[in-house]
Design a binder for this molecule. Structure first.
Ligand SMILES: [Zn+2]
Length: 285
């Protein structure tokens, strides 16, 4: 990933975040270098390679990694059953910080983030007390990237936000087992802004200049687009197709390369988006 943003982009991101009052749960808009203690011998725990900040007790590391492993395994079972790259060839690394303050001190932030996944090194940086929804967000990034490296940002963030409020538990799941899902409330102000727009032009979320999603509404649109696929009952099949067809792009696979079909799909999505009730839950699969 390129490490630098242009000044204009930084300003835009800053404005968007001020407008939304957002604390993003971990995206690519922050850079966290590996802290000095990551040079110590890491721990192997619950399928992760763990770098705890000195001072964190072994018991706390064990409890937290067991919790994160639960999140990983549940998400994997429900949405990424073919993803095996975690085990054991390239285990995910976890850099655990004592607290949020320490996480912040080690992270260069363009946007305030609660945690961060670095796909170049396959590492999650997070404070020890990060919440479940934050872990669902970061594990989604890690699983998607393990399933198909360099997946587009819209798909990464769309899925990661979509998973945050999902309590995915259990083993094999049928559609009927899935509870209705909703997106996190902190996306609602942005949704209300988007609903006021005359024209949404959501097809732009697929632009190849992917990082631009952080300087606009695109990551919010991405999240609702994933919710839209879910309520149409198409999300799981789409993900399966995406993970087993590495030669085709994510947007190509939505309509099997039919451009006018894609435009129709996005138009239907925009109509849906304009009319949804903020905070509503949706059944799907
Ligand atoms: Zn993210």
């Amino acid at each position: 990933m390129p490490a630098s943003f242009g000044l204009q982009t930084r300003l835009l991101i800053f404005r968007v975040c001020i407008c939304l009052g957002l604390l993003l749960p971990g995206c690519y808009s922050a850079t966290a270098r590996m802290p000095a203690w990551a040079r110590n011998q890491p721990l192997a725990q619950n399928g992760f390679v763990v770098h705890p900040e000195p001072g964190i007790s072994p018991l706390a590391v064990e409890v937290v990694t067991a919790r994160i492993a639960d999140v990983r395994d549940s998400l994997r079972t429900a949405y990424f059953p073919t993803v095996t790259a975690f085990y054991p060839e390239s285990p995910l690394q976890l850099v655990l910080y004592r607290d949020y303050r320490s996480y912040r001190a080690h992270t260069t932030m363009l946007v305030e983030t609660l945690a961060r996944y670095d796909r170049r090194l396959h590492v999650v940086h997070a404070p020890l007390n990060a919440g479940l929804s934050t872990w669902r967000h970061e594990m989604t990034h890690a699983l998607l990237e393990a399933g198909r490296p360099y997946s587009p940002y819209w798909l990464h963030e769309g899925l990661a936000f979509f998973m945050m409020e999902q309590n995915v538990t259990g083993t094999e799941r049928s559609c009927a087992d899935f509870a209705a899902v909703r997106l996190p409330d902190f996306l609602i102000p942005a949704l209300l802004q988007i609903q006021k727009q005359k024209q949404i032009d959501s097809i732009q979320i697929f632009d190849s200049d992917a990082r631009a999603i952080y300087s606009s509404d695109r990551y919010v649109i991405s999240a609702y687009f994933i919710l839209y696929l879910w309520q149409r009952g198409e999300l799981r099949e789409y993900l399966r197709l995406y993970l087993r067809t590495p030669d085709a792009t994510a947007d190509f696979l939505l309509t099997n390369g039919n451009r006018s079909g894609l435009r129709d799909l996005m138009h239907a999505f925009e109509v849906w988006l304009k009319n949804i009730r903020p905070g509503a839950s949706y059944r799907g699969c």
